[in-house]
Write a protein that binds this ligand. Structure first.
Ligand SMILES: C[S@@+](CC[C@H](N)C(=O)[O-])C[C@H]1O[C@@H](n2cnc3c(N)ncnc32)[C@H](O)[C@@H]1O
Length: 354
């Protein structure tokens, strides 16, 4: 008994040490993306195991291989890299997790690298020491406390942040949309489709390519965002504010939008969608559904971690929601029919029909 409780106290201290040092994980991910390590190992698909010195030779004119190896070893323990040790030399290749950071692996996307970089820009990092302030004063986001204005407005005034945000969204959206379009077939009969908060328009581009009967796609986002969006056949970019009004369409697609808004704002956005749709028209929400149960799974952790990010950077009372919470808001906005499609570990489709 004594032995057992000594062991559990030991484990507890070890686990707390791991948690307290956790910042090394995302910051090291940030470092390897900045140094272009995943692309250097991948090199057109070879993924040959390389020593830190060999990787360094591919990415920098000079540098410290020992320090790079320290980063690679630590991330190997999180299965970003696979390590081979021969004659005391360590070599690294990319695991499936590491491969998500490769740029343009399938000729379609930027990979998850820009997403890692987007999260760790100075402006966002500055808000993180103030997470507790979201508890003390939920009327103001930690990001706003530091920078004096909301995150999207702040990005909009800085072209390099705006550009990185678009690349980060594309990097996530392209693989998710590929998975979604494989299994979800809810665009039948739609001729005019609006993507609310569509960023650079990647989701629309992919939906329209798969569904030639959709005659017109409207990529609706903030004016400064659509101003930088590329031309896409059959897609019109329209600048505006989803809290004010949404262009009329047969169906509305909305991916990864509602988590950054409060319940009242989500209801308002849904009401604006309702007004923009004909009877029988669909609002197709693609977002994360928070599980009811709190457990230690990767999915639950990824969603709960993203929830704190929303609270810190975007809206103190914006949040990840359960399917039930989304359904309740949809009913309040006037949608009588709601159907769920679980398509991916992170994203679910909720179809609200008017
Ligand atoms: C998390 S991103 C999602 C982008 C895209 N739907 C995707 O899944 O990759 C949220 C998007 O909402 C846009 N947005 C933020 N506030 C908005 C507003 N008031 N009206 C319209 N778009 C807005 C942002 O510019 C951004 O492109």
């Amino acid at each position: 008994m004594e032995e057992e409780s000594r062991e559990s106290r030991n484990t507890a201290r070890l686990r707390m040490m791991e948690l307290a040092n956790m910042i090394s994980v995302p910051m090291s991910l940030n470092a390897i993306v900045r140094l272009n390590v995943p692309d250097a190992i991948w090199e057109g698909g070879s993924n040959t195991p390389l020593s830190a010195a060999q990787i360094l030779a591919r990415v920098l004119p000079s540098g410290d291989p020992e320090n790079l190896q320290r980063i690679l070893r630590m991330l190997t323990s999180y299965r970003v890299f696979q390590e081979q040790v021969t004659h005391s030399e360590r070599k690294y290749s990319l695991t499936e997790i590491g491969k998500t950071l490769v740029t343009d692996a399938d000729g379609l996307s930027y990979g998850y690298g820009p997403y890692v970089l987007q999260h760790h820009q100075d402006a966002l990092m500055g808000a993180w020491p103030l997470v507790h302030e979201a508890v003390v004063d939920p009327t103001c986001e930690p990001f706003v406390k530091v920078h004096g204005e909301p995150a999207y407005g702040y990005y909009g005034k800085r072209p390099e942040m705006n550009d990185l945000m678009q690349k980060a969204m594309s990097g996530i959206s392209v693989p998710v949309m590929t998975a979604l379009l494989d299994v979800y077939d809810g665009f039948g009969g739609v001729q005019r489709l609006v993507d609310v908060g569509g960023s650079a328009g990647d989701s629309l581009r992919m939906i329209l390519r798969k569904h030639p009967h959709v005659r017109e796609g409207i990529n609706f986002d903030l004016p400064e965002v659509v101003a930088k969006a590329p031309q896409i056949p059959r897609v019109t970019h329209v600048g505006g504010n989803m809290l004010e009004s949404i262009p009329a369409a047969d169906a509305i697609f909305m991916k990864w939008i509602l988590t950054t808004w409060t319940d009242d704002e989500v209801k308002l956005i849904m009401e604006n969608c309702y007004k923009a749709l004909p009877v029988g028209g669909k609002m197709i929400v693609c977002d994360s559904m928070l599980p009811e149960k709190t457990d230690e799974s990767h999915r639950t952790r990824a969603l709960l971690e993203a929830d704190i990010m929303v609270m810190t950077i975007y809206k103190t009372k914006g949040k990840q929601r359960t399917e039930e919470e989304f359904r309740r808001l949809g009913h309040l906005a006037g949608f009588p029919h709601i159907q769920a499609f679980y398509i991916d570990y992170v994203f679910t489709i909720l179809e609200f029909r008017k």
